[in-house]
Design a binder for this molecule. Structure first.
Ligand SMILES: O=C(O)COP(=O)(O)O
Ligand SMILES: [Mg+2]
Length: 225
C-alpha cells in the first residue's frame, strides 16, 4: 500500500499573495480619516504577520498613539471596513496557481493557515481562484489560538488526513509555528521576512513557486517511503 501524499499547508500573506499594498492603503485611509500622519509602505510591510489587531497596534505605536484598548478597537474596526472589500492592489506571487495545480494533480491534499481574519481570507481566496485548492482553512477567527501557537497549523494538518504535513510560509511567525508544531517548513524567501534565512527555522527554501512541485516531490520521496 502506498503512503498518503504529504499534506501541504500554506500561509497566505507574503506567501501566496502580496497583500502589502492593500494593507498599507487600508491603514493609511484610517490614519488620513483621523487626521494623523501616514505610514510608509516599508513600515506597513514590516507590520504584517501577526494579524490585523497586531498591525493596528504597530500602526498606533508608529504614529505615537499609545496603546489604549478602546482606541485600538475603534481603529481596528475602521481598518476592517476598509480592508474587507475586493483586494484591488493585491497580486498573486508568480507561478502560484500553476504550482498548486501541479501539486493537486500529484495528489497532495492542501490547506491554508493564516493570521488574516476570516472574511478577508475568504474574499482573497475566492478572488484569486485559490479556494478550489484548499480543503481546510484556519484563519485568525477559526480557533482561540493564532500563529505562532501551533494549534491552527495542527488543526489544518489533521483536517487534511493522517499522512505527514509540510508547512509553507514566508515569515518569522510561520517558521516559529512550524518549529513548535514539529513540522517541516519550506520558507518562501520573497515574502515579508525581516530576519536572515540562516537565523530562521527551516527545512527548505525556495524563491519561486516553479520550484515548489519538485521540492515537494523530493520531500515526499524522503518521508512517504
Ligand atoms: O495578516 C497578517 O498579519 C498575516 O497573515 P498571514 O498569516 O497570512 O501571513
Ligand atoms: Mg505570511
Amino acid at each position: 500500500m502506498t503512503a498518503p501524499r504529504t499534506a501541504l499547508v500554506f500561509d497566505l500573506d507574503g506567501t501566496l499573495i502580496d497583500s502589502a499594498p492593500d494593507l498599507h492603503l487600508a491603514a493609511n485611509l484610517v490614519l488620513r480619516d483621523e487626521g494623523l500622519p501616514e505610514i510608509t509602505f516599508a513600515q506597513a510591510r514590516s507590520f504584517i504577520g501577526k494579524g490585523a489587531a497586531n498591525l493596528i497596534s504597530r500602526v498606533m505605536t508608529a504614529v505615537g498613539l499609545g496603546d489604549d484598548p478602546d482606541e485600538h478597537a475603534r481603529l481596528l474596526a475602521k481598518f476592517m471596513e476598509h480592508y474587507e472589500g475586493e483586494p484591488a492592489n493585491t497580486v498573486l506571487y508568480p507561478g502560484v496557481v500553476d504550482a498548486l495545480a501541479r501539486l493537486e494533480a500529484a495528489g497532495h491534499p492542501m490547506g491554508l493557515c493564516t493570521n488574516k481574519p476570516g472574511e478577508p481570507t475568504r474574499i482573497a481566496l475566492r478572488h484569486f481562484g485559490l479556494d478550489r485548492f484548499m480543503q481546510a482553512v484556519a484563519s485568525a477567527d477559526t480557533l482561540p489560538e493564532r500563529k505562532p501557537d501551533p494549534a491552527p497549523l495542527h488543526h489544518v494538518a489533521r483536517a487534511l488526513g493522517d499522512g505527514t504535513a509540510l508547512y509553507i510560509g514566508d515569515s518569522e511567525v510561520d517558521a516559529e509555528t512550524a518549529r513548535r508544531a514539529g513540522l517541516p517548513f519550506a520558507l518562501y524567501t520573497e515574502g515579508y521576512r525581516k530576519t536572515p534565512i540562516s537565523e530562521l527555522y527551516h527545512t527548505y527554501i525556495f524563491d519561486h513557486f516553479d520550484q515548489l512541485p519538485d521540492l515537494v516531490a523530493r520531500h515526499g520521496a524522503s518521508v512517504e517511503a
